[in-house]
Design a protein. Structure first.
Length: 120
């Protein structure tokens, strides 16, 4: 009996502690901002048209693309809409430019991710 109570309390604690780590948006949202490469932006604050070619090269080399939201300056790491798929090439073509991306937001710990369902 005592063991069952302890296991139940540990299970409840695990659910309570891990619950805030993953938050999934129930519906798709549209976020507008500048498409950035996360490496140069995080380390150097690099963005804008003068950084465009470097950003394209970084993303093609495997650095995650991000979306720097207008107004809030939140950064969303961009994810494909399906596993084992790349972020759409059309998004990469818009590096350092403004884009509106529709998808689902996932927050894990302090990181925010946005799936790319569509963009314009």
């Amino acid at each position: 009996m005592k063991r069952t109570v302890v296991l139940g309390l540990l299970s409840a604690l695990l659910v309570f502690v891990s619950a805030p780590l993953v938050v999934t948006a129930a519906d798709s949202v549209t976020i507008t901002g500048e498409v950035i490469d996360t490496y140069c932006f995080a380390l150097k604050g690099a963005k804008g048209e003068g950084h465009r070619q470097c950003a394209i090269d970084c993303v093609k080399a495997g650095i995650p693309a991000g979306l720097l939201e207008d107004g809030s300056s939140k950064v969303y790491v961009l994810l494909p809409n399906e596993p084992k798929a790349p972020v759409p090439a059309g998004v990469i073509d818009k590096m350092a430019q403004k884009l509106s991306i529709t998808g689902k937001v996932y927050t894990v710990g302090g990181s925010q991710f946005l799936t790319v369902e569509s963009f314009k």
